[in-house]
Design a protein around this ligand. Sequence first.
Ligand SMILES: [Fe+2]
Length: 204
Amino acid sequence: MHNPSTIPTLPAARKFVDDIRALYAQGLDQETLWAGIKEAMAPLLADPGLKKSSKTWPLTVEDAPRVKNLLFYEDPDYGFVFNATVRKAHSVTSIHDHGDIWTLYGIIEGNETMNRFDRVDDGPRDEGPATLKQVGTGKIGPGDIDAVPPGKIHQEQGGPTNSMAFIVRAQKAGTFKQHGYNAETGEVKVNNGPALIPYALEPA
Ligand SMILES: [Fe+2]
């Protein structure tokens, strides 16, 4: 099985690891750090090698709540991880957050719709009933990077074809709590996030 502490052999991903590590080494505040990582992610998403490699990845998201992520890499020093999703056309996820950590979600191929929500009641974070208000919706496509700050609530919807996304998270899923929300009942479910499938990110 793939060992996620080994650096990806895909050259553009290796460079991205180096760029991120150099940013972490500067001791930046979180917002500046993640703005820098977002900038460094653009060439990776445009890389023909990544696009080619992504065509070999297995389907990971069919519908709520069966969400899985490929796990390519976990940085041994700073803890950031590289994940990916291959989302089935027209699938719709539950409404959820990614816990209290930063996520960058970059589309490689296909289109997705992101619905955004705020929790507008002042109940305890881990408990319902939650009142959600939709505060935005938008389409994202190849090269677009959705930066998800800690705690932000959203829902992803697949487009007319399967879509591939490359994801950078500040920590590996399972090491922090995330929340799933039922907009009708207000139910809040604390969970460990997607199941992880260790997978080698290598040239196709
Ligand atoms: Fe999400």
